[in-house]
Design a protein around this ligand. Structure first.
Ligand code: GLA
Length: 393
């Protein structure tokens, strides 16, 4: 279950396969783009509150092989699902499933006034779908980047991230922040990125702990609440901001709120809204402290913050689930783990664990055994490398 196959073999195989499929299906030579998935070390649900996040691009990607076809039609084959679809370049109406990401990106690219023509595309990938590693953002990034190159559109990586985010909002219905799209496009080998989601300024922070590895444990569950509850959280945060704004008119988002301001007015809050707001205010502080800990090489301090982040996500923000809580509780009992927490939107997907490299095998065995016994589901474990953002391959 543990992914120990050297990454360059996997990459090469995946690329050769998609290029070969492309030649067979469309009878011409494509160029190929890899859009990585992401992890997030700390700073969850803070992006749509104009706060900070600390993601990194990883060595699992969505691949897009693409070539112009001289028409106004976009033909796509999704290898992972064995599904084929076509749409016109001026299509503006969402359909269903993975196709919406391509329709949306095509639409928003043209909304800027840029012109494109029809293309033939194959998409494939090794990011597990529904695991909270942002396969959808990786798809938007890879496809947007490919169009950008093919038609020399001149979009910056940040502009492509915004196109991906708008697609998610209006063609898929998830009112997400910018973290996932940003991370897929801006990754740097061996580094995480501290992104200020208000100004969109970012800095690369080395994750330089040669004795430690980042291991994701996939719960293999994806509770159906994920989409709807995500948007509800966003509204709840806005409700909190509206209340505090009455006292502090300069507040624009929870990013601007101090813990003192929040606690001073707690009696005016509905208990749930208060919990949501207090998590976000604390999580932003944790992120800033966490970045400092990383700079000081204090991995155990950083690990403590990961556990505190998880507790807040579970108890106050209420986006965890029994499977994720179990994995984090179990990780706490394993001495080789420096820190663990749920990762991403929640309600399933992966936990992120920082594990001593000599203990990866034991960690995996112990986690797989305990989780399978508890839930009768075998979890998958991915040992991640931090990688470059979207690129031509
Ligand atoms: C999802 C969203 C991101 C972010 C995370 C939670 O991945 O797409 O924008 O809000 O959840 O941190």
């Amino acid at each position: 279950m543990v992914n120990f196959k050297p990454q360059f073999y996997i990459l090469k195989e995946a690329i050769l396969k998609i290029q070969d499929n492309f030649r067979q299906l469309y009878g011409k030579e494509p160029f190929t783009v890899a859009g990585p998935g992401r992890i997030n070390l700390i700073g969850e649900h803070t992006d749509y509150n104009s706060g900070f996040v600390l993601p990194a691009a990883v060595d699992k990607s969505i691949y897009a092989a693409i070539a112009k076809n001289g028409s106004n039609t976009i033909n796509v084959f999704a290898n992972q699902f064995g599904e084929k679809a076509s749409f016109e370049i001026n299509e503006a109406t969402p359909r269903t499933g993975w196709l919406n990401y391509l329709i949306g990106v095509t639409y928003y690219v043209q909304q800027t006034g840029e012109q494109i023509e029809g293309v033939d595309v194959i998409i494939d990938g090794d990011i597990p779908v529904g695991a909270g590693m942002s396969s959808s953002a990786a798809l938007c990034s890879a496809y947007g980047f490919a169009l950008n190159e093919l038609f020399s559109l001149g979009f910056s990586r940040m502009e492509l991230a915004v196109i991906g985010q708008k697609t998610e909002h209006n063609f898929v219905g998830l009112q997400c922040g910018i973290m996932d799209q940003f991370a897929s496009l801006h990754g740097k080998k061996g580094h995480a990125m501290k992104l200020d989601c208000r100004s969109l300024e970012y800095e690369y922070i080395p994750f330089d702990f040669p004795d430690y590895k980042i291991a994701l444990v996939n719960t293999m569950v994806s509770h159906s609440l994920a989409g709807t509850e995500y948007n509800v959280r966003r509204q709840q945060c806005e409700e909190g901001v509206a209340l505090l704004k009455k006292h502090y008119p300069s507040i624009k988002s929870l990013r601007d709120v101090t813990y003192e301001q929040l606690t001073r007015h707690w009696k005016e809050f509905n208990a749930t809204i208060y919990d949501r707001c207090s998590f976000i205010v604390n999580e932003n502080q944790r992120l800033l402290a966490g970045c400092e800990a990383l700079r000081q090489n204090d991995l155990s301090g950083f690990g403590e913050m990961m556990y505190a982040s998880h507790k807040g996500l579970s108890k106050r923000y209420d986006v965890s689930c029994k499977e994720l809580d179990f994995l984090v509780e179990k990780a706490k009992t394993i001495a080789s783990v420096a820190g663990a927490r749920m990762m991403g939107g929640g309600f399933g997907g992966c936990s992120i664990n920082i594990v001593h490299r000599d203990a990866i095998e034991n960690f995996s065995t112990e986690i797989i055994h305990a989780y399978s016994k508890q839930f009768n589901i075998t979890p998958e474990i991915y040992v991640m490398q931090l990688e470059e953002g979207v690129s031509l391959v």
